[in-house]
Design a binder for this molecule. Sequence first.
Ligand SMILES: NC(=O)c1ccc[n+]([C@@H]2O[C@H](COP(=O)([O-])OP(=O)(O)OC[C@H]3O[C@@H](n4cnc5c(N)ncnc54)[C@H](OP(=O)(O)O)[C@@H]3O)[C@@H](O)[C@H]2O)c1
Length: 286
Amino acid sequence: MQNILTDMVGKTCLVTGANAGIGFETAKGLATLGADLILVCRDSHRGEEARKQLIQDTGNDRIDLLIADMSLMDSVRNLADQVNQNYPHLHVLINNAGVMLSKRQLTAEGYEIQYAVHHLGPFLLTHLLLDKLKASSPARIINITSKMHTMNSIDFDNLQAEKKFGPFKTYAASKLANIMFTYSLAERLEGTGVTVNCLHPGVIGSNIGSTPGFIKVFMKSPHKGAETPLYLASAPELEVMNGKYFMDKKPLASSEESYDKTVAAKLWDLSMVQTGLKERKVESAA
Ligand SMILES: NC(=O)c1ccc[n+]([C@@H]2O[C@H](COP(=O)([O-])OP(=O)(O)OC[C@H]3O[C@@H](n4cnc5c(N)ncnc54)[C@H](OP(=O)(O)O)[C@@H]3O)[C@@H](O)[C@H]2O)c1
């Protein structure tokens, strides 16, 4: 792979959704570069198969598997506890896990699944791992978003698709939330030695990419889809790059709405409450 062959020996990297598609290929690239890896998968069988395959393919056996469902806040908290307790460092956090659904489905906690997996889970996990990342600095957070974020805006009256679900639109809003989270967090991280950027990986023939409505012939391989995440994780020239949206290894502008600081601030405050990071205000009867 071009211009990313930076040694990652001694770096601990966590990849969510690491058993398939872009996450698997990103994990493979990091393992090839010598990183210590934490794979986060929701299914222990699929996760273990991926771990074995990665060790076999790369010869790197410093690969651990942790099980978590990124749509469930309790599961994310449990994951963060395990990372915080068992790993002295965390240098790279890649929030990659994703789903695309054709019908509205809610988690047991009452959140629309795509919003929970793409936005709330990473929002909570990142917050809970921030002290570890800061103590390991220089460290990088990478959020996998999508160019599809341009297809929707943040509607606070329809964030859980409670009024209207759109097979692509609801996904798009959750990916827009990824970008707004990236930009808001980047401001808060200035000067800490931890950076956060996000990226569109391309149109990739993965399991998500097999969703009806996508035309396979235009798709690139998951290996190709891992190029920009790997670049953001490892390129020395990006050590201080913060708060940008990337595609094909280059920073570019995201949608106009993604820069709306009023919407971003409201989304941040709401997410703090939805993830339980901030207590829900009890409405006074008076
Ligand atoms: N493919 C594209 O064209 C494209 C374009 C733009 C952005 N993206 C983004 O790229 C990321 C990776 O997607 P992909 O294309 O590689 O899709 P994929 O092949 O379907 O892989 C998705 C991964 O996320 C995991 N996952 C799903 N729900 C999860 C949950 N609740 N908890 C933990 N892990 C979960 C999956 O696990 P299971 O195997 O157990 O389901 C799988 O490992 C996603 O964020 C996606 O939105 C993809």
